[in-house]
Structures are given as structure tokens and as C-alpha cells.
Ligand binder design. Structure first.
Ligand SMILES: [Zn+2]
Ligand SMILES: [Zn+2]
Length: 240
């Protein structure tokens, strides 16, 4: 159910596919049927930790091998290109809640492809800075997580907060990004009573190096969670 404004815009504006711009019927989602059926799959074979492509038969890519992580596992429903990137653009920069809901539903549907993501007790959305959330009107990761929660029946815990804003992450390399995000996420007051003893699956829109998931997982473990993993709608990176 959308807001009155969303419904009014829906009735007034001609609607186009968020990717190919083909005209959409009023009943369809943000992507046309062809684009919705053509979400690019995430890289395979994927590194267990960062969901990026790995070359060797070993479970980890060269960047992740031999290191210890709070977020032991990251998976994505799609690669961040083509119609998947257009959906992300629509909910991140064009204020489209229906695009976020569609992405969340495809995350829920893709869970069956990732049995390693089963067995978690609860979900937690990666928080955004309150100022950014006010500007956008929502936290897109929370909209995604709500769809996954509805499909799985898992509770969605409001356990984390964004302590401060970061520079745009695509400008930063892995090491710089790690320094920038260090301490950027923290357990909310009272989070320990929500997450203690729980295995928590973090939800975010786009994963690149996995630094955001790692910082959030550290905060969850610090609050008493026993396990943390990440599930993103789209994995960004160089897939050539
Ligand atoms: Zn299309
Ligand atoms: Zn890796």
C-alpha cells in the first residue's frame, strides 16, 4: 500500500520500466516483465566472505583469505549492473519505494539459491545516517529487509544506528573505506536485549568490498549476537 502521493502520481504519470523505459501497464512493478526476468546473477564462483568473484577452488578470494572477519558470510541476490543497477538507482536516487519493495521481493525469492543463509534467528537492516533518511524519506535497506522478513517470518530488529555520515564510498579504496567506516555503526541503546544469543542476518542494498557489513557485524557481536552474516540485493565490483 503506497502513500496517497504515490497513488496519485501513479494515476497521473505515464509509467516506464526503470531500466529500458518501455511503457508499463498500471498493474506491473517498476521493471517491465523482460527486465524483471533478466536480473544479472551475482559472480560465480563467489568468495564466501565478500561475495566477489574468486579464481581458485579455495572458498575465499585473495583479499579475504587468511583474515578473520566478524561478518563470516556475504551473499547477494544479483550483480550490480543492468536492470539490478537500475532498480538500485530508482530506490536510492529517485525515491521509488516500489523499486525497493521489488528488489526486496527478489532477495526473498533468491534465498532458496543460498541455503547457507538459512538458520538465522533475526534480520537487521544496515542503518543510514538520520539526515540521509530524512532527505530520502526512508532507509532503503529497511524496505528490503521488510520484504525478506515478510517472506521468511524472521523478526526485523532495530538494533543498529549510524553514528556519523561517511564520504561517498565509491570514491574510496578498500583501506580508506575501512578507516572511514570504522566506528560509523553502533548498537542502539537496548540492542543487547534484542540480539543477545541470536544469529543475525544483515540486509543492505549494495555490497562492494563488504566493509559496511563487517562494521555492522562487529557492532552486533559487541552487543552479544553469536553470529552475523550479510545479504545484499546487489554485489558491485569488477566482474570481467
Ligand atoms: Zn524493461
Ligand atoms: Zn573475498
Amino acid at each position: 500500500m503506497g502513500t496517497y502521493l504515490e497513488i496519485a502520481l501513479d494515476l497521473l504519470l505515464p509509467r516506464a520500466c526503470a531500466h529500458c523505459r518501455e511503457d508499463l501497464s498500471r498493474a506491473s512493478g517498476p521493471l517491465c516483465r523482460a527486465c524483471a526476468a533478466a536480473l544479472p546473477p551475482p559472480p560465480e564462483p563467489a568468495c564466501v566472505r565478500c561475495a566477489g568473484r574468486r579464481a581458485s577452488p579455495a572458498p575465499f578470494c585473495a583479499d579475504c583469505a587468511g583474515r578473520r572477519f566478524s561478518c563470516r558470510l556475504i551473499r547477494a541476490a544479483a550483480a550490480h549492473r543492468g536492470p539490478a543497477a537500475s532498480l538500485v538507482h530508482a530506490f536510492k536516487f529517485r525515491g521509488s519505494k516500489p523499486a525497493a519493495r521489488a528488489a526486496g521481493r527478489s532477495m526473498a525469492a533468491a534465498l532458496t539459491l543460498h541455503p547457507e543463509l538459512s538458520g538465522f534467528d533475526a534480520l537487521a537492516a544496515v542503518p543510514i545516517h538520520p539526515r540521509r533518511e530524512r532527505e530520502r524519506g526512508y532507509n532503503q535497506a529497511e524496505l528490503l529487509a521488510r520484504e525478506v522478513a515478510a517472506a521468511t517470518g524472521l523478526p526485523l530488529l532495530d538494533a543498529l544506528e549510524r553514528a556519523r555520515a561517511a564520504a561517498p564510498s565509491w570514491r574510496l579504496g578498500r583501506v580508506e573505506r575501512r578507516a572511514e567506516l570504522s566506528g560509523a555503526y553502533a548498537p542502539r541503546e537496548g540492542a543487547a536485549s534484542l540480539v543477545a544469543g541470536k544469529r543475525v542476518l544483515l540486509i543492505d542494498d549494495v555490497a562492494t568490498t563488504g566493509t559496511t557489513f563487517e562494521e555492522c557485524a562487529s557492532a552486533l557481536l559487541a552487543a552479544g549476537a553469536t553470529d552475523a552474516a550479510g545479504y545484499a540485493f546487489a554485489r558491485a565490483g569488477d566482474f570481467t
